[in-house]
Write a protein that binds this ligand. Structure first.
Ligand code: NYM
Ligand code: MG
Length: 215
């Protein structure tokens, strides 16, 4: 059996170019890679999520939509694991950290960070996480900003702080140091960012790591 593939996550705020870069990376790695975007809106659970995001008046309680986002990852868990063991690299466009940061940023009583992270326990953890940052209010200038729920400047600010708190307080120092990179994409071209992402991914693949990490 050959070496297992690497699980590489691209995370960040809305409209920072994550999907574009995840696609470019998957292209770069070629047929030896699989790209998964969360939420995966194609599954039955994903359709409920899509409906919620597009319809600002959807009455789903915050707890219920949170658990659907998590269920949407669990739906893919076995697929991810078998791809990795088949030697394929799996590129993720958003994952557990988005799940916790967006829900926790809503400040719903009882939905603290621990509550938000609990349903994610046991999911495979990325071998490497690249977190896309910008200087703040650039996302709103990107095409389409505001179309979906959560896309307001105030909420994005809260999500940004919640992401940072999540990494600082709830992620372990060794993961932060060895398995993560914060990448400021402000004022960088798609090509520049793609080159950095490619270099990070290639390093992660070269280094290798046998055991699967879990949340
Ligand atoms: N989102 C995404 C969540 O609130 N929880 C999650 O677990 C995930 C994966 O969905 N505003 C939010 C973040 C986005 C929205 O994602 C849709 P995208 O990448 O714009 O399709
Ligand atoms: Mg979006």
């Amino acid at each position: 059996m050959g070496p297992r593939g690497r699980l590489i996550l691209i995370e960040g705020l809305d409209r920072t170019g994550k999907s574009t870069q995840a696609e470019l990376l998957a292209c770069e790695l070629g047929s030896n890679s699989v790209l998964l975007k969360f939420p995966d809106r194609t599954t039955p659970v994903g359709q409920l999520i899509d409906d919620y995001l597009k319809n600002r008046h959807n009455p789903l309680p915050d707890q219920a939509i949170h658990l659907l986002f998590s269920a949407n990852r669990w739906e893919a868990a076995r697929r991810i694991e078998s791809a990795l063991f088949a030697g394929k690299h799996v590129i993720l466009d958003r994952y557990v950290y988005s799940g916790a940061a967006y829900s926790c940023a809503k400040n719903v009583p009882g939905m603290d960070m621990k509550w938000c992270l609990d349903p994610e326990r046991g999911l495979i953890k990325p071998d490497f996480t690249i977190f896309f940052m910008n200087n703040g209010h650039e996302s709103e200038q990107r095409a389409g900003f505001g179309d979906e729920r959560y896309e307001t400047v105030q909420f994005q600010d809260r999500v940004k702080h919640t992401f940072l708190e999540l990494f600082e307080t709830w992620e372990n120092a060794s993961y932060r140091e060895n398995n993560m990179r914060f990448l400021n994409v402000a004022n960088k071209s798609i090509t520049e960012v793609a080159l950095e992402v490619k270099q990070i991914a290639e390093k992660c693949i070269r280094q290798g790591q046998d055991e699967i990490l879990r949340f």
